[in-house]
Design a protein around this ligand. Structure first.
Ligand SMILES: Nc1ncnc2c1ncn2[C@@H]1O[C@H](COP(=O)(O)OP(=O)(O)O)[C@@H](O)[C@H]1O
Ligand SMILES: CCCC(=O)OP(=O)(O)O
Length: 359
């Protein structure tokens, strides 16, 4: 067996697909989806066929023989809160991902992986889905018992980057205190205390800095009044928060690269909005010094926007008094999923049953 692992990772602005052979990447592609392309669908679930077709086309274009695959790994979505780990994709999991009221592209990964794997009678799994929940008790308080804070963030990439950094410094991830910032279509800022994410902004539709396509925290009274004003549908309100919030709302595009380039050229509006986003990210980082009791080994910046040195330099300038800042551009989610797949194939990890681990 060659240990051929197909990895599928749907994010808010892209579907990343890769084929690994053991530890090595054989081929990899980021299939970008523009705001226009995605906004033709009313819900994420409606994007299923569109995204699955993109994955199947990738397999054809790369001339990958389906029968040569050994396992399919996908980034997991907004199912019920579960511990960090690797999970078999089963009907239970697919049901919860289809029914969840919280919509996100990662809800589609398991279904696409399952459909491909079942035809081949091979295993399909998710690992460290976005609902990994290790919050401390105190960080669950929001301000009203009806609305506790929940854990929804870039768990897979934050943990993978935490482990990459731990290897670099020769200290176990479980022995480090880190603030890890994922700067993607959504932005999440996590306090990693000895291997557990004890506090993190709800990076989907809850709180934190605004991002290329999300509003982050909004003035809640104004939101309630707008929701009941009759001026907007529920869908329109949700889209102001996820999909058409943040950079998109201010500038009409979620393409942070193009906006960063314009800001660097000195275009006034782009510069002002980029500076505001950077300011909010830095504020969020500083807030986690409380969660980690000022005992922080390093701050790690990762995600697509971390390719922009202009952005990471500005964040660094604002938070370098807390700890050293290290930049890991892009993300290691594909590699992390492949590693989990390899461990399953080598029987070093036994996939857990989702239904038995829900908190
Ligand atoms: N060099 C760059 N400078 C600034 N932003 C970038 C750069 N490269 C990519 N990006 C932005 O990163 C975002 C996508 O981040 P990524 O982590 O890949 O997204 P997703 O959250 O969809 O997986 C896009 O807004 C893209 O424009
Ligand atoms: C729910 C948090 C995960 C997330 O926001 O992922 P993307 O930035 O890839 O959309």
């Amino acid at each position: 067996m060659n240990n051929r692992i197909l990895v599928i990772n749907p994010g808010s602005t892209s579907t990343k697909v890769a084929l690994f052979e053991g530890e090595d990447v054989f081929c990899e592609r980021t299939l970008r989806h523009s705001s226009e392309e995605l906004l033709q669908f009313k819900t994420e679930l409606e994007q299923l066929d569109f995204r699955r077709e993109k994955v199947v086309n990738f397999l054809k274009e790369e001339e990958i023989t389906l029968s040569s695959l050994d396992i399919v790994m996908a980034r997991g979505g907004l199912c019920k809160p579960i511990p960090s780990g690797v999970y078999s994709i089963d009907e239970n999991l697919l049901h919860d991902l289809a029914e969840t009221p919280r919509k996100h592209a990662s809800n589609l990964g398991a279904k696409i992986a399952f459909d491909i794997a079942s035809k081949l009678s091979i295993q399909s799994c998710i690992a460290d889905p976005v609902v990994v929940d290790e919050l401390s008790d105190i960080s669950r308080f929001s301000g009203h018992p009806k609305f506790p804070r929940i854990s929804a963030f870039h768990a897979l990439n934050q943990k993978a980057i935490g482990r990459v950094f731990s290897k670099q410094v020769g200290i176990k991830y479980e022995d480090l205190n880190l603030i890890i910032v994922h700067l993607g279509g959504g932005i999440s800022v996590g306090a990693h205390q000895k291997g557990k994410v004890i506090d993190v902004n709800q990076g989907l539709d809850g709180s934190g800095p605004f991002s290329p396509e999300r509003s982050g925290s909004l003035p809640v009274g104004d939101i309630i009044r707008a929701s009941f004003s009759g001026a907007y549908t529920q869908q329109e309100m949700i889209e102001m928060v996820v999909g058409r919030g943040g950079l998109y709302a201010y500038l009409g595009t979620n393409d942070a690269k193009a906006i960063r380039e314009a800001a660097e050229r000195g275009e006034e509006k782009e510069l002002e909005i980029m500076n505001a986003m950077i300011y909010q990210v830095a504020k969020e980082i500083c807030s986690l010094t409380v969660s980690l009791e000022n005992n922080i080994n390093a701050i790690l910046l990762t995600g697509g926007l971390a390719h922009g040195k202009w952005i990471t330099d500005r964040i660094t300038e604002k938070v370098k008094h807390i700890s050293d800042v290290h930049v890991f551009p892009g993300e290691d989610e594909m590699w992390a999923l492949a590693q989990n797949g390899l461990m399953v194939l080598n029987r070093e990890a036994i996939p857990q049953a989702y239904g038995e681990t829900i908190y």
